[in-house]
Write a protein that binds this ligand. Sequence first.
Ligand SMILES: Nc1ncnc2c1ncn2[C@@H]1O[C@H](COP(=O)(O)OP(=O)(O)OP(=O)(O)O)[C@@H](O)[C@H]1O
Length: 291
Amino acid sequence: MTCIEARGLRKRYRGKVAVDGIDLTIPPGRIVGLIGPNGAGKTTTLEAILGLVSFEGELKVLGRDPWRERTALMRDVCFIADVAVLPRWMRVWQALDYVEGVHPRFDRAKAEGFLARTDIGRTSRVRELSKGMVTQLHLALIMAVDAKLLVLDEPTLGLDILYRRDFYISLLNDYFDHDRTILVTTHQVEEIQDILTDAIFIDRGRIVLDGSIEEIERRFVELRPRLDAVEAARALGPVHEHLLMGLSVMVFDGVARERLEPLGEIRRPGLADLFLVLLGKERTQRQETER
Ligand SMILES: Nc1ncnc2c1ncn2[C@@H]1O[C@H](COP(=O)(O)OP(=O)(O)OP(=O)(O)O)[C@@H](O)[C@H]1O
């Protein structure tokens, strides 16, 4: 069964379009990055998937309509919103007790294992923890639930670089298996690009690119042409060109590597760079259409 299927998904807030008719097909066993600038519609898309906002269009998550069947859906879905909120008076062990009590698929030993890698004491109250520690606690609770879909909205906001790395490694090693799907948004694209199987670029409520990392890597190539090959490379129609310390860097879309290799050094463009390139292109095209 497809994990998430959307056709013409649209969300308007009092006349303002936040999500503008997007189509998605996410099978099980993928780690999908939803990447976009501020206000692109990422959180709104996740909220529709989680049944937290109503929407227009068709949307099925694990075969259910999230808005109408939210309660049933939540047995198989876990999520972390970009603002982690836990009751401030609660002690850490009480939070563990609570989730154990309400969630039949919570593995307490696993949560304790995640917490053991932090400085969070079992008897501390949430209000005594730093912002990053509250997030760590929240992640430990959520990652110990056996769910089919895990939705993470900026999960590492406020976490230090060591813990962020540790988090993504354990997401891959301890959480992910080939039946689960993880949908994650972050502005720190470089940190997640190596764990993703797929990327969806979104800008102003529309999808700019959607594909597996292998497809994206096959399609886009970065070339640093030799000085004597710059004109020949330009003739192949790069979708982007910029200068780096006086030398040209070009990105090609759908040009065979064999044609580029003789012209200079070939690289895999980073997702963040690619995003900037495609975003610039899309915005220029839209401005031209609007004119
Ligand atoms: N509850 C709301 N009421 C009105 N407008 C909203 C609401 N939530 C979001 N929006 C608008 O919808 C658009 C998309 O917002 P959304 O939060 O989905 O973006 P985002 O991609 O998650 O951004 P960020 O990276 O900044 O978190 C924005 O223009 C935002 O102002």
